[in-house]
Design a protein around this ligand. Structure first.
Ligand code: SPQ
Length: 430
């Protein structure tokens, strides 16, 4: 564990342009699809965060050749059958996406593998994936009847299923799609609340097919995918920290370049606009994964209610939205977000406790939190709980405090945003 990081408020606005690192969800998927496709996949703007490096390491252990160069990642795919039984345990580190999506791939492979991760992964529920995968015909075991790592999988001989998702989760949906691609017959997945659709879009980029009729996703089994070039847009979940920083730190104007604007991920833009933030978007391309620039300037904010179908489109941004709400006049209510309890930490407890230490008026509810603003924040000692998004939220909070913030567990940011602190500094020296 590193020493506590001292964060001093520079007492100036944030100004300038920034290119945030590549999207984490898309980076993971590009390695996975590249590994099971036939032919070379070249990935540009890949996120070199710890989670995505865990995905690379797992696929190398499954026999896939992956070259990491300074500006691209090259995956030499030879099809589903090239994956070979790993001699070692597959370590997913801190990454829920790696754990759940790789299970969808391993479910169809005729060999044995074991998944393990860190202490946070060991607490995250996996039955939501292992249970439907077993319905396909694969054999999976793990602690608490297949709910927790270590998990052991013996795959092969899958039959397509019809399954209605009990939770709004792109990871569960994606794992079932990946199994469905390898199964005999058709797999139908009912998704009542739209979640991020990067897996669906990527199948098409890799020459496969997938259909959506109303709430039903249909995947035909036995598909052969073809390697391709992938350009990973900037991660809107990373951009969110600077969007909020620019909105709440007086005299700020920040332009975030080449950010992914996938329609299933931009709930934060809607929320910021409703709260009164001055935010402009210029879209460059609408094909596949849409990309554009986001300009945010400091603004006067008002509290709002956030819930319902909007939640899956901003689930990872709720910690930083909570900070935004401390600077809005009136009450902000965040509801229908119980999924926050099963992320890298219980993000309701973590954000309520840690922002509370800096003077925020915030309390947790069963399915979210209520924040009263506008509040002046003060310095103090806080903890990331080993969660990148909590760590980055607290670092942005320190840009408003009257004295220093000491952040324990700051190294967690490396999971999704290795140069986060350099970027904060960059916007203060423009
Ligand atoms: O990979 P991991 O650890 O689950 O990452 C998180 C994050 O904050 O980065 C969640 F903790 O993002 C998930 C997101 O919450 C990434 C993801 C994906 O790439 O499919 C989907 C969401 O999770 P879920 O459980 O709703 O499917």
């Amino acid at each position: 564990m590193e020493a506590k990081k001292r964060l001093s408020n520079p007492n100036s606005g944030l100004n300038g342009e920034l290119q945030v690192p590549g999207d984490k969800s898309i980076s993971h998927r590009s390695i996975m699809f590249g590994s099971v496709a036939e032919g070379k996949t070249v990935i540009h703007n890949f996120l070199m965060g710890e989670d995505c490096l865990s995905t690379i390491s797992c696929f190398r252990k499954l026999g896939v050749e992956i070259d990491v160069t300074e500006d691209k990642v090259i995956v030499y795919g030879k099809g589903w059958d090239q994956l070979t039984e790993p001699a070692e345990i597959l370590d997913v580190g801190n990454s829920g996406t790696t754990t759940r999506l790789i299970m969808g791939i391993l479910a169809g492979r005729p060999f044995h593998s074991v998944l393990i991760g860190d202490s946070s992964i060991a607490k995250r529920p996996m039955k939501r994936v292992t249970e439907p995968l077993m319905q396909f015909g694969t054999k999976i075991d793990g602690r608490s009847e297949g709910n927790f790592t270590p998990l052991s999988i013996r795959g092969g001989n899958l039959q397509g299923i019809h399954y209605s998702l009990p939770v709004a989760s792109a990871q569960v949906k994606s794992a079932l799609i990946l199994a469905g691609l390898q199964a005999e017959g058709m797999t139908e997945i009912v998704e009542l609340q739209q979640t991020r659709n990067h897996t669906e879009k990527m199948i098409v980029e890799f020459g496969g097919t997938i259909e959506k009729h109303g709430d039903i996703i249909k995947v035909k089994g036995g598909q052969v995918l073809k390697g391709t070039d992938v350009y990973v847009p900037g991660d809107i979940s990373s951009a969110a920290f600077f969007m909020v920083a620019a909105a709440i730190v007086p005299d700020s104007r920040v332009l975030l370049k080449n950010v992914g604007l996938n329609e299933t991920r931009i709930g934060i833009v809607e929320v910021m606009k409703k709260m009164g933030v001055s935010i402009e978007i210029v879209e460059h391309s609408k094909e596949g994964e849409p990309i554009g620039d986001i300009l945010v300037q400091s603004s006067n904010l008002s509290g709002i209610e956030i819930g319902g179908d909007l939640i899956p489109s901003l689930i990872d941004e709720i910690p930083i939205i909570a900070l935004l709400a401390t600077q809005a006049s009136g009450k902000t209510i965040i509801k229908d977000a119980e999924e926050l309890k099963v992320k890298e930490t219980n993000r309701i407890d973590a954000i309520v406790k840690e922002l509370g230490k800096l003077g925020a008026r915030i309390h947790g509810t069963d399915d979210g939190m209520i924040i009263e603003g506008k509040t002046s924040l003060h310095g103090g000692e806080v903890h990331s709980w080993g969660d990148h998004r909590i760590g980055m939220t607290l670092a942005v909070a320190s840009l408003l405090t009257d004295s220093d913030v000491y952040l324990e567990g700051a190294e967690a940011v490396k999971v999704s945003y290795p140069n986060f602190f350099e970027h904060i500094h960059q916007l203060h020296t423009k």
